[in-house]
Ligand binder design. Structure first.
Ligand code: SF4
Length: 300
């Protein structure tokens, strides 16, 4: 059986190198049951990640905190959207403790946490972020923690709150090249996202910084190189990830092209040549895919 990427309507046929066999259904079902039992969400499920079966089978997952409804409308993303003015989202005060408990039960040595955007909260959810990082640290003192955060609308006090909790890796995804921002991340800003990474690197130089982008959204090869250059300016980013965008549902932006595996090799070599400690690139790469191995390659 092959992974089905969302609905089949208006889909382009997947090339052979983007077909992935699914695996251990029992392990996947069991992990989903554990997560639901603690009211937890994962971006793996909400974003319909093509690696879900592989990751869940080896009991790896990326916790998605601050609920399962996002205040933004990025056109690549299938995480459910909502308007908190019409229907408040709420916030599960038990979520930090439950993430920590689940991570401990999974005996994780590397914990990746991400979140939806919660632009309506005065602190953007950064206090909840910090609580979650601290709870995981208390439950698993030996584990390394990667935080894949939103841009907090460029609020550096919110970014600082997450960094002060002491993650080992601070990840903020650029997602796409500058020219496509308005169509792909309409409520975000290219320079603001770079500024978030710059703040992290300059204020906490010992924490590794990481960022990722999707290709196949309409960018050109050279524009990806320019983004990599921007990420490396002043040494602000240590790790880059590049992977193929796959339209998760019919409502999301269509795939512009399927990038051939050889092209990733060129970006990897280029990224290395301009100083990234690690560049993880390939058709199935996602920013949290094999995050532990990538962090170790970068010296974490
Ligand atoms: S690659 Fe990341 S988002 Fe996808 S299933 Fe694995 S851990 Fe989850």
């Amino acid at each position: 059986m092959l992974v089905q990427i969302g609905s089949t309507a208006n889909r382009r046929r997947l090339p052979e190198f983007l077909r992935k066999p699914q695996s251990d259904y029992r392990a996947v079902t069991e992990l989903k049951r554990e997560l639901r039992g603690k009211y937890l969400h994962t971006v793996c499920e909400s974003a319909r990640c093509p690696n879900l079966h592989e990751c869940f089978s080896r009991r790896a997952a990326t916790f998605m905190i601050l609920g399962n409804l996002c205040t933004r409308g990025c056109t690549f993303c299938s995480v459910p959207k909502g308007d908190p003015k019409k229907k408040p989202f709420g916030l599960d005060a038990q979520e930090p403790a439950n993430v920590a408990r689940q991570a401990a039960e999974m005996a994780l040595r590397y914990v990746v946490i991400t979140s939806v955007n919660r632009d309506e909260l005065p602190d953007g959810g950064s206090g909840h972020w910090a609580e979650t990082v601290l709870a995981v640290r208390q439950a698993l003192p030996e584990a390394q923690i990667e935080t894949l955060t939103p841009d907090f609308n460029g609020d550096t006090s919110a970014v600082e709150r997450v960094l002060a909790a002491g993650p080992h890796v601070f990840n903020h995804n650029m997602e796409t090249i500058a020219r496509l921002y308005r169509r792909v991340r309409p409520q975000a800003d290219y320079n603001q996202s770079l500024a978030v990474l710059r703040y992290a690197k300059t204020s906490h130089p010992a924490i590794l910084t990481k960022s990722g982008l999707m290709v196949g959204l309409g960018e050109k090869h050279e524009e990806v190189k320019q983004l990599l250059r921007d990420l490396r300016r002043d040494g602000l980013t240590d790790i880059a990830t590049i992977g193929q965008y796959l339209q998760p549902t019919r409502r999301n932006r269509a795939v512009a092209r399927f990038v051939e595996p050889a092209e990733y090799e060129e970006w990897k070599a280029f990224g290395r040549s301009i100083g990234f400690r690690a560049v993880f690139a390939g058709p199935f790469v996602r920013s949290s895919y094999m995050a532990d191995l990538v962090a170790h390659e970068a010296g974490c």
